[in-house]
Design a protein around this ligand. Structure first.
Ligand code: SAH
Length: 379
């Protein structure tokens, strides 16, 4: 919902200030019509129905992966495409396979901060589509509200048993900005959206912003007042030459400077930075590169590595083998660097990390797992 339009419309109608809050509270709980907002006068509900659309986004396409991951392709009022992903996990917060007793499944959102992305990382599908623009805070929130409405309705495709009342209803309680775009290039709107996410049930400490290493944004996150939002850094290479090849932004903000900014963030926030490292076969997955990476990540308490299996895009890269990923992880852990491997989800609908390219035909990726990695190491 365009919250500015809502405010303006209510003001125009001479409505008291608390009306906007009432409408928002309904939306945040997953309301799918004004008719449900029974504490609003009926005439006002009818009026709003005509003048303020329930969402600032139009749903264009949806896809449901075999693992329960769901992707939605939207467009904005000015026809900019974007995608968002909901990851559903059965059972407990971490490794569902080991959970014997019924418990509610975790739900994690992967949101886009921009339509397209200006940064052209060579391995990422979003980078190859045209950059549109920054999304507004309302457009970011509307991605979350779409899935909130979805989950509030009776249908839970990933967990039929949960809808039979045997366990508490699942809640969307994690969010990662790992969809399209670079969130730190749109930080004001991302933070404005984050301020409202708790109303939807997502705490700041369960919200992760993932960045290519946009230093001014990292510094702002370190210095800002307010609760700590988690920080993830897309690193992908242990030296400047390779990183610049993979991620052109490295020319502007080289590795050492980005890591210094992460250390400042860590010092201010007292949380580990999640280092994301995409595993590209024969490119960045050699043993020596693991050692070089471990040497960079000091102090040990400031970082945690999440190795990301490559999700196919139109690029010429190939993912590392499972053995190479395991060996890389062991090399890190032997040197005291905590490392996990991201569990990839949604690949069969191009909803995995790096596959999001809305409108480009192939599908844009929002690696479900990346987001999950924020609070729940996959493996
Ligand atoms: N611009 C931000 C957030 C969007 S990308 C960033 O770069 O962090 C979210 C994550 O998906 C990043 O870690 C990114 O490197 C990763 N990713 C991109 N392409 C991928 C691919 N093809 N396979 C797996 N992960 C990919």
């Amino acid at each position: 919902m365009d919250l500015d339009l809502l405010q303006a419309t209510l003001a125009q109608r001479g409505q008291p200030a608390f009306r906007a809050r009432q409408v928002w509270e309904w939306m945040a709980r997953g309301a799918s019509s004004y008719a449900q907002m029974t504490n609003l006068p009926e005439a006002l509900r009818d009026d709003l129905e005509r003048s303020v659309p329930l969402s600032s986004l139009t749903l264009e396409r949806e896809a449901l992966a075999s693992d329960g991951t769901e992707k939605a392709l939207f467009h904005t009022a000015d026809a900019r495409p974007l995608e968002a992903v909901l990851m559903r996990y059965r059972g407990g917060a971490k490794h569902s396979a080991s959970v014997q007793t019924p418990s509610r499944g975790r739900r994690s959102l992967c949101l886009s901060s921009q339509s397209g992305c200006p940064l052209t990382c060579s391995f990422c599908a979003t980078g190859s589509m045209a950059f549109g623009r920054n999304l507004t805070a309302s457009e970011i929130l509307d991605q979350a509200l779409h899935f909130k409405r979805r989950e509030s309705s009776a249908r839970h495709p990933a967990s039929p048993s949960e809808s039979q009342g045997a366990v508490p209803a699942p809640r969307i309680d994690h969010c990662v900005f790992m969809g399209m775009g670079e969130p730190l290039l749109n930080l004001d709107n991302v933070l404005a959206a984050c301020e409202r996410l708790p109303d939807i049930g997502i705490h700041p400490s369960s919200t992760t912003v993932s960045t290519v290493g946009w230093i001014p944004g990292i510094d702002r996150l370190a210095e800002r007042d307010g609760p700590t939002i988690r920080l993830a850094l897309s690193l992908h290479a242990p030296d400047d030459a390779l990183r610049s090849e993979l991620m052109p932004v490295n020319e502007r903000y080289p590795l050492a400077d980005v890591l210094d900014a992460c250390r400042r963030w860590h010092a201010a926030r007292r949380r580990r930075v999640y280092v994301e490292y995409l595993m590209l076969g024969g490119v960045n997955d050699h043993y020596e590169q693991a050692i070089a990476l471990a040497a960079l990540l000091a102090p040990r308490t400031a970082f945690k590595v999440n190795l990301i299996p490559y999700n196919p895009t139109d690029s010429s890269f190939e993912g590392s083998s499972r053995d190479a990923i395991d060996a890389f992880r062991s090399a890190l852990e032997e040197r005291g660097v905590p490392a996990t491997v991201r569990l990839t989800r949604g690949r069969d609908i191009d909803a995995a990390c790096g596959q999001l390219a809305a409108g480009a035909g192939a599908g844009a990726d929002a690696d479900a797992d990346a987001r999950a990695a924020s609070a729940a190491p996959a493996r």
